[in-house]
Design a protein. Structure first.
Length: 236
């Protein structure tokens, strides 16, 4: 373990039964060997890297990749505490915005087609798979799961089983757009933002690490679209 630290030109500060602690110019390092109970010759090394910001973390990872090629077979990032904080904020922003967009779709299509809004303005523009609408599979799996829905009762309208890509398809459909959404969202670039939002949604939903750029983009989209949505809701 001392040789490992020498490879990084780190100053060893403390050694405990669990971690060997050291520090460099831009980051602090903790290294812990985890042996295999099945194969005594196999082992993994858990590295804990503390940095001031995302830039220093990337520098530390590149340094480890460069100088530890003979030490580790590969290095996998298992946790990024700064990113976890960004993900928590991003989830709240996304939750508010996605449900606001669903509300907008329901209000605007109902203003065009009345009580036929779902069939005439939404359902016909949703994707199908093997003769069935894709959202129905999500709905049926949830409602039919007795551990998730014990009473088997569907509490949510089918609109809540649509994703951002499907909402975008409904909004940008020509007759829907000209029928009302153009007055709500003003310009098509506001619809195009839903593409980036949907890509970020996948990353957030599966707890992958968010960069600061990801969060900044989401904040920007959230601010603009929520402003437009609130303007419509305040008129109701």
């Amino acid at each position: 373990m001392a040789l490992f630290c020498e490879k990084f030109f780190l100053q060893i500060e403390e050694s405990t039964d669990h971690y060997l602690l050291a520090s460099g110019d831009d980051f602090d390092l903790g290294a812990k060997v985890i042996a295999s109970s099945a194969n005594p010759t196999a082992q993994a090394v858990l590295l804990r890297i503390n940095t001031k910001d995302e830039h220093d973390l990337q520098n530390a990872r590149e340094l480890i990749d460069e100088r530890a090629s003979g030490v580790f077979a590969e290095m996998v990032l298992l946790r990024d505490s700064a990113s976890e904080g960004r993900t928590r904020e991003a989830y709240l922003l996304l939750n508010e915005l996605e449900n606001a967009l669903r509300k907008l779709v329901a209000i605007r299509t109902a203003s065009i087609s009345g009580d036929k809004w779902w069939v005439d303005r939404v359902l016909k523009h949703l994707p199908m798979k093997a003769g069935k609408y894709k959202h129905e599979e999500y709905r049926n799996n949830e409602v039919g799961d007795t551990e998730i829905t014990p009473d088997g009762k569907q509490d949510h309208h089918d609109l809540f089983y649509t994703d951002l890509a499907q909402l975008k398809a409904v909004i940008e459909e020509l007759s829907n757009w000209k029928g009302g959404f153009v007055g709500d969202l003003k310009v098509t670039k506001n619809i195009e933002r839903l593409d980036l939002l949907n890509r970020l949604r996948r990353k957030i939903a599966h707890n992958r690490f968010l960069s600061q750029r990801n969060l900044d983009d989401l904040r920007h989209i959230h601010g603009q679209l929520m402003h437009l949505c609130r303007r419509i809701f305040d008129q109701q």
